[in-house]
Design a protein around this ligand. Structure first.
Ligand code: B4P
Length: 192
């Protein structure tokens, strides 16, 4: 089973993905976490990604597609996967669809969060105080929102054409939001 967790920055993707991973036994694959780990290691990929992420821009499609492809092709990685933060552009979505089709798979479901922008900004600025993530500055947040509206939102329309998209209200307590996701995913889980 292949699921996508989708939404603007600060909508709760990483937060809820951890719960979905546990409850539905999917392996959580976050491209943001992978890139941050590369930055921490000081690898070539990390060096290329660091400046781009800090500014709130998207890293190049070919780079992120190669990373995801190598993970999905790894025989040690479960075929039940929850992708978090990927795909973020139409080009990435088409590449993912092709990768999966080659193995006879497809995206089975999408969880898409709806959260007003003022709530998103408040959450990210709060995270900046607590965790000090370098892309949680006001300027980078503004750029990330802009990238989301211009490049990422349309990915949802692409999947709406053929995949079950669960639109989830992402405002409220973390447990409460997870309960909305759980209820939405249960029918698909029963058919697994
Ligand atoms: P991500 O790591 O995906 O960053 P994000 O969009 O902020 O999501 P994240 O999962 O961290 O936050 P969440 O919403 O859970 O990407 C970072 C950067 O990597 C991108 O800007 C880009 O440069 C690069 N990148 C990644 N994937 C890429 C791709 N495919 N192509 C190109 N570039 C890519 O949570 C945010 C905060 O809200 C947390 O502090 C959390 O505690 C809080 N929160 C969550 N739910 C809450 C709730 N219900 N109530 C209150 N607070 C809540």
């Amino acid at each position: 089973m292949i699921g996508l967790i989708f939404g603007p920055p600060g909508s709760g993707k990483g937060t809820q993905a951890a719960h979905v991973e546990r409850e539905f036994k999917l392996s959580h694959l976050s491209t943001g976490d992978i890139l941050r780990a590369e930055v921490a290691r000081g690898s070539d990929i990390g060096k290329e990604a660091e400046r781009i992420m800090r500014a709130g821009d998207l890293v190049p499609d070919d780079l992120i597609i190669r990373i995801v492809q190598s993970i999905l092709r790894d025989p040690n990685v479960s075929s039940d996967v929850l992708l978090d933060g990927f795909p973020r552009t139409l080009e990435q979505a088409k590449a993912l669809d092709e990768m999966l089709a080659q193995e006879g798979h497809k995206v089975d479901f999408v969880i898409a969060f709806k959260v007003p922008e003022d709530v998103l900004i408040e959450r990210l600025l709060h995270r900046a105080e607590v965790e000090g993530r370098p892309d949680d500055t006001r300027e980078a947040i503004r750029e990330r929102m802009h990238e989301y509206r211009n490049l990422t939102e349309m990915v949802l329309d692409h999947y709406r054409k053929g995949v079950k998209v669960h639109e989830i209200d992402g405002v409220g307590e973390i447990e409460e939001i997870f309960e909305r996701i759980r209820k939405a995913l249960l029918p698909a889980e029963r058919g697994r």
